[in-house]
Design a protein around this ligand. Structure first.
Ligand code: CA
Length: 236
């Protein structure tokens, strides 16, 4: 698969020199073309002149607030962003995802995890430029027009809210959708804090899908943050 459209171009915006160098070398070894910026200002300059497939953004930069940088990038480009943040800063991750980041990785992280997240985001971007009328993930099928869901050819009876929730998750494979985002989209802004709705409905969906929360095939939990539709494995 690699090389099909040339090497994917990544921009790493990170002020930690050692970490930046490590990312350049290891992501370069994984086949990505890596460009770097040591500050938010430098990152924005590079974004203005270069064309990138994905941005890796440290939220703790000396010159610009990472959250503001996400907004600045979003306002001019649709380049997906994966944020790097301290493990404890759950609030930051949620804000970043709500602000439009595609995913996050907590520091300290393993390079294998980061690379997997990068591939998942790039794959989702390639497969879902818009929302297609039919969504598929392995043996799971969702048809927007007919309002039908089937698993291994067997139709599933979903309530309208369950259907809306599953469609939203399936439309963004591999991406974390925050509790707030899901609640806003499915139940409306008045219910954006009612996370117990999600617990109940995700539980019902899992039961109907025969999905095990401990080893999810479809819906993975991101504790304190949201849910992620497990991106289908690429063919071997
Ligand atoms: Ca930093």
């Amino acid at each position: 698969m690699s090389g099909e459209h040339g090497r994917r171009r990544l921009l790493v915006i990170e002020d930690d020199t050692q970490l930046r160098k490590f990312l350049r070398i290891s992501l370069g070894a994984s086949g990505f073309a890596v460009d770097e910026a040591g500050s938010g200002g430098e990152g924005l300059t590079k974004l203005g002149s270069g064309d990138y497939d994905l941005i890796i953004l440290d939220l703790g930069l000396p010159d610009v607030d990472g959250q503001e940088l996400i907004g600045a990038v979003r306002s001019v480009r649709h380049t997906p962003i994966i944020v790097l943040s301290a493990r404890a800063a759950e609030e930051q991750k949620v804000r970043a995802l709500d602000g439009g980041a595609a995913d996050y990785v907590s520091k300290p992280f393993g390079i294998a995890e980061l690379t997997a997240r990068i591939r998942a985001v790039l794959r989702a971007r390639r497969e879902n430029p818009g929302v297609p009328p039919q969504l598929e993930a392995g043996s799971l099928r969702l048809d927007h027009l007919r309002h039908e869901v089937s698993l291994a050819g067997r139709p599933l009876k979903l309530t309208p809210k369950e259907f809306a929730l599953l469609a939203l998750l399936m439309s963004h494979p591999g991406r974390v959708l925050t509790h707030r985002h899901l609640l806003n989209e499915v139940w409306g802004e008045r219910h954006s804090e009612d996370t117990h709705y999600l617990r109940v409905y995700i539980g019902q969906l899992r039961q109907k899908l025969g999905d095990d929360p401990a080893a999810p095939r479809f819906i993975a939990n991101e504790p304190g943050i949201g849910y992620r539709f497990v991106a289908a494995e690429p063919p071997p």
